[in-house]
Ligand binder design. Structure first.
Ligand SMILES: [Zn+2]
Length: 116
């Protein structure tokens, strides 16, 4: 198998990591007036909002926060491209042709049963 047609760097794709144990997002915030940083919470920004409100109650001058949502990304090899349709050779077109004939045969046998 030859990959000479693949542009360098184009054989990989970036996806958002999903699955068991992987949070949809990691939420956090920091105060713009001091060094206070909230804990990080998976999949839920509400505790971060509560933290910001509580911090603002403790420090009434601190009213601006930088809220973040972090996600996991993963780079994976790009799935193999399907063979080009112009690919010559009877070995490529043969199975598709046989499959089509089988489908037509099945349909022709089914039609009389439907109209009966
Ligand atoms: Zn603060």
């Amino acid at each position: 198998m030859s990959d000479t047609h693949v542009v360098r760097g184009a054989d990989r794709v970036l996806i958002q990591e999903r699955g068991p144990g992987v949070p949809e997002g990691i939420h956090g915030a920091e105060c713009m007036s001091c060094e206070a940083v909230s804990p990080l919470f998976d999949d839920d920004s509400l505790p971060v909002a509560v933290w910001a409100l509580q911090h603002s109650q403790d420090q009434p001058d601190h009213t601006l926060f930088l809220a973040r949502t972090e996600r996991h990304w993963r780079v994976v090899p790009r799935p193999d491209d399907p063979p080009p349709p112009s690919s010559p050779g009877p070995g490529f077109a043969g199975p598709a042709f046989v499959g089509l004939m089988c489908l037509l045969t099945a349909l022709s046998g089914l039609l009389p049963a439907l109209t009966a």
